[in-house]
Design a protein around this ligand. Structure first.
Ligand code: UFG
Length: 337
């Protein structure tokens, strides 16, 4: 079985990807220091996999520790690099933390991959690299890469680092996956998102408001130039997103190096904040207390994916609906209590 290092494999998208890798016959090896995840994710994974996942509890940006992991694991087919800081607001307050961790860990991994002859990397990028797109849906060639936060710029910088490294290393293959808005949870209810403290993102907040853990959701602005005045995003089920990583690894495996390609991972549909709230209420039969508040600094008005390239080149498309994702998010929230 081909071993795949999954940095951040105890996190939200990482844990779902571990499940899909195992189902596809890969041997996932998690590298995660659990700084932003919990033991519960590993317990859930063990239940889903039918055995304890392989986990190295180290910081993937710690070069010595990471070197020891790779030595212990022997032959490794590729790396999926999820581990990163991802809170947009925190990145504005602490930019150095973001540049150091997000770019530094990628640099460590690339260096070690080069030393050990590991040829394939799948990188977690984001639609944030597009900033406020001029045209919708946004495709991978969109020219205006004016990311709206230090977090966003770390993704732009990491993509550039990968392009430069591939140019310099003819044996290297990289796929840059630009996620739109990942939501939902595994339908089993065994793994899902574990936000710490007050959630920043919409769907965890909606779930907590529905569960009575928050007074009400504040909708950040209803005066945008959209159908109902609230912002529009492309919400993609985390299980669809996880499967795309397996597709990307398979696809890279069939192609020669050097290779560096970017793909949008979204559904191609845009939904407003109010549509998310109403769909959540309809599919789950629970009210979501909410009120309109002021705009949130840095929010883009509308962004959704042009998915043609990922469908035509990679052969991947999202299958699950917004309703599926919101049903699974609520199922997970109820188990969390
Ligand atoms: N929103 C609310 N109330 C909340 C939380 C969110 O109204 O309590 C709104 C936001 O204003 C936005 C929408 O819900 O209009 C989605 O917000 P999220 O925070 O869930 O997601 P973002 O689109 O802001 O951010 C996501 C990722 C980032 C990435 C960004 C790129 O979380 O990692 O997309 O656009 F950088």
């Amino acid at each position: 079985m081909k071993k795949v290092i999954v940095t951040g494999g105890a996190g939200f998208i990482g844990s779902h990807t571990v499940v899909e890798l195992a189902a596809a016959g890969y041997a996932p090896v998690i590298v995660d220091d659990l700084r932003n995840s919990e033991e519960r994710a590993l317990t859930g994974l063990a239940a889903l996999l039918g055995r304890a996942p392989v986990v190295h509890r180290v910081d993937c940006g710690d070069e010595q520790a990471m070197r020891e992991v790779l030595e212990a694991e022997g032959e490794v087919h590729g790396v999926i690099h999820f581990a990163a800081d991802k809170a947009v607001g925190e990145s504005v307050a602490h930019p150095t933390k973001y540049y150091r961790n997000n770019i530094g860990s990628l640099a460590v991994l690339l260096e070690l991959m080069r030393q050990r002859g590991i040829r394939s990397m799948v990188f977690s990028s984001s639609c944030t690299v597009y900033g406020e797109p001029k045209e919708l849906p946004v495709d991978e060639t969109a020219p205006d890469r004016n990311a709206a936060s230090p977090y966003g710029f770390t993704k732009v910088a990491c993509e550039q680092l990968l392009r430069d490294e591939v140019s310099a290393s003819p044996m290297l293959k990289a796929v840059l996956l630009r996620y739109f808005n990942p939501i939902g949870a595994h339908p089993s209810g065994l793994i899902g998102e574990l936000p710490r403290g007050v959630p920043n993102n919409l769907v965890p907040y909606v779930s907590q408001a529905a569960a009575g853990l928050r007074d009400r959701l504040i909708i950040h602005g209803a005066d945008y130039d959209t159908a109902d005045g609230t912002c529009v995003r492309d919400y993609i089920h985390v299980v669809d997103l996880a499967k795309a990583h397996v597709t990307a690894l398979d696809w890279m495996g069939q192609r020669p190096a050097p290779l560096c390609e970017a793909f949008n991972l979204g559904t191609g549909r845009g939904n407003s904040v109010l549509e998310v709230v109403r769909t959540f209420e309809a599919v789950n039969g629970v009210p979501v207390p909410h009120a309109i508040g002021p705009r949130r600094a840095g929010d883009v008005e509308s962004v959704f994916a042009d998915t043609r390239r990922s469908a035509e080149v990679l052969g991947w498309r999202a299958r699950l609906t917004l309703a599926d994702a919101l049903r699974d998010a609520w199922n997970w929230q109820r188990r969390l209590g």
